[in-house]
Design a protein. Structure first.
Length: 163
């Protein structure tokens, strides 16, 4: 399934880039009627609104109708990342440094798969977090290629920064 997502991203990313949008995340659910969910963001990092999602949806639909990478009937959902957004690209980890995030790893590191802490940044293909470990603030580095999901944690400072 991930190779199909990669193929679809290669099909639609250039057109979305021409329209001023970046793909943040794509996934397809399995089921009787699969759902293709695509999260987009304005390339200039301004707020992504409903009209942006509608425009992107029309363009994506046109491309996928011609290319037909999903043989079954499916539902297309295009959305903005929201405040408590997923972080997927190196520049996301640089842009949101200073905020708290939650990270789920594919495999455990020292017996732990879930981490929560202050994002310090992105260096050498690793995200750096400050976490509380036994009462002390400790810096850890997590490999980007081992991250299952990373997401901003909703906070007053995050809301203020994105308003």
């Amino acid at each position: 399934m991930s190779s199909n997502i990669t193929h679809m991203e290669k099909l639609i990313a250039p057109s979305l880039a021409d329209m001023g949008y970046d793909i943040i995340h794509m996934k397809i659910s399995s089921g009787e009627e699969p759902i293709l969910s695509i999260t987009i963001e304005c390339s200039d990092e301004t707020a992504t609104n409903v009209e942006d999602c509608a425009s992107a949806s029309r363009a994506i639909s046109a491309i996928l109708d011609v290319e037909d990478p999903i043989k079954a009937a499916y539902v297309l959902e295009v959305s903005s990342p929201g405040i408590d957004r997923q972080l997927t690209r190196p520049r996301d980890f640089e842009r949101f440094a200073g905020n708290n995030i939650k990270v789920d790893m594919e495999e455990s590191i020292d017996g732990q798969r879930r981490f929560k802490g202050k994002l310090l940044g992105f260096i050498d293909q690793h995200i750096h977090l400050e976490i509380n470990f036994n009462g002390d603030d400790v810096e850890i580095a997590l490999p980007l290629n081992g991250i299952k999901q990373a997401k901003l944690v909703m906070s007053d400072s995050l809301i203020k920064a994105t308003s």
